[in-house]
Design a protein around this ligand. Structure first.
Ligand code: DOR
Ligand code: ZN
Ligand code: ZN
Length: 425
């Protein structure tokens, strides 16, 4: 197998307390050696990473690949290539496909389809059959088939008694529950954050309580069931308060924030267009600031994208009609670097913790670590030059983003999975 020597880069490997210029040698798919200086040997492919950051590949706990069932929006092939372009070396696809990933057979089918993927695919299984919220799925069978977590993403299991059953299964099988927190009855047709902007645009609003009451419920119910709980796409200030409360009680609760929620607030929505529509919605400035503060203090420890591709026509219409969701795999590092690191909220090392180290911890997998002997999942990025996000260049089928044209820093140059180069700028 190919030997790769990455020279002169700034190695940012928080799992080993490293943030300095070091060389790294990869052999047989693994990190072989890390040292201040490694002599070039003729059979190694040498990558000069001078002025670049070299980091453990990102792990995105929350993506939608749309296959099977919605291949016009995305396929496993296009979604996983988008991941590679974004420096993301492992992705967790959500089960809201058609059919849903709700049985051992569907998990096996997904893993078979995923053989074409340049990045690792770690599937998530649905809590209920068909995500209909009526009957518990075969969770143990799905675990045996290879799921790494459970989620009803796209919605919450609103029947609390049924949800309790899935939490107990999660606890028994040691699977984390990834909760999409949304009280369906409280949505009342809302399509964006409820506030001054929704009034200005004459659109029905989604209140913070839609999210907060289920965040509280899921923490309380997980405490009782004894499962690990991971709260998806937290968007409100009170979600941060509730997560802090849970952590103070020592509960195994983790929480993710998506780049769009820490980058943009609803007052930046310039028109009634689907590219600004996702669930949960862009919130107000105070919520955005609270999320950033939560990331800074460490209460919120994961950044994942909720990459949600849709067709062009579907999204290019009023928020009243467009589906919820924006793409994120090809912009997450740039937005994290630009909004958090460049603005002094996090160090680069802390950003890597939230994009690699902590997601691995949530799953309990041996990744996000570049010590010798570990798998060589690596991303090399230029963090010096500014450029504009160009959605026409996305390899994802989904071009639906509110960030097209935004000036950012942080460009992924090379992505390596198990010692193999899977993307090069
Ligand atoms: O914006 C979203 N899009 N939020 C969700 O919860 C689901 C997702 C999708 O599947 O499109
Ligand atoms: Zn969701
Ligand atoms: Zn989602």
């Amino acid at each position: 197998m190919e030997k790769i020597l990455i020279k002169n880069g700034r190695l940012v490997d928080p799992a080993n307390g490293i943030d300095k210029k070091m060389d790294i040698l990869i052999e047989d798919g693994k990190v072989k050696k890390v040292a201040d200086f490694i002599v070039e040997d003729e059979d190694a492919n040498v990558i000069d990473a001078d002025e670049k950051a070299v980091m453990p590949g990102f792990i995105d706990l929350h993506v939608h690949l749309r296959e099977p069932g919605f291949e016009y929006k995305e396929t496993i092939e296009t979604g996983s290539k988008a991941a590679a372009r974004g420096g993301v070396t492992s992705i967790c696809p959500m089960p809201n496909t058609n059919p849903a990933i709700d049985s051992p057979e569907s998990v096996k089918d997904l893993l078979k389809r995923a053989e074409c993927s340049p990045v690792h695919i770690l599937p998530i299984g649905a809590c209920t059959i068909g995500q209909e919220g009526k009957e518990l799925a075969d969770i143990e069978g799905m675990k045996d088939a290879g799921i790494v977590a459970l989620s009803e993403d796209g919605k919450s299991v609103m029947d609390s008694a049924l949800f309790r059953k899935s939490l107990k299964e999660a606890a028994r099988l040691d699977l984390p529950m990834f909760s999409h927190c949304e009280d369906k009855a409280l949505v009342e047709g809302g399509v964006m954050n409820k506030g001054q902007k929704s009034e200005e645009l004459g659109l029905p609003g989604i209140t913070n309580s839609v999210e907060d009451v289920i965040v509280a419920r899921d923490i309380i119910m997980s405490k009782e069931a004894g499962n690990r709980l991971h709260l998806c796409h937290c968007s409100t200030a009170d979600s941060v308060v509730l997560v802090e409360m849970a952590k103070k009680q020592g509960l195994p609760v983790s929480a993710e924030v998506c780049p769009h929620h820490f980058t943009m607030s609803d007052d930046e929505i310039t028109e009634d267009n689907g590219r600004f529509k996702m669930n949960p919605p862009l919130r107000n400035r105070a919520d955005v600031d609270a999320l950033k503060e939560g990331l800074k203090t460490g209460i919120m420890e994961v950044i994942s994208t909720d990459h949600a591709p849709h067709g062009k026509e579907e999204k290019d219409q009023s928020m009243l009609k467009a589906p919820f969701g924006i793409v994120g795999l090809e912009t997450s590092f740039a937005l994290g670097y630009t909004e958090l690191v460049d603005k002094g909220v996090l160090t680069l090392s802390q950003l890597v913790e939230k994009m690699s180290v902590n997601p691995a911890k949530v799953l309990g997998i041996d990744k996000g670590n570049l010590a010798p002997g570990k798998a060589a999942d690596i991303v090399i990025a230029d963090i010096t030059k500014e450029y504009k996000i160009d959605s026409s260049k996305f390899v994802s089928k989904g071009k639906n983003t509110p960030f097209d044209g935004k000036k950012v820093k942080g460009r992924v140059i090379t992505t390596i999975v198990d010692g193999k180069i899977v993307y090069k700028y």
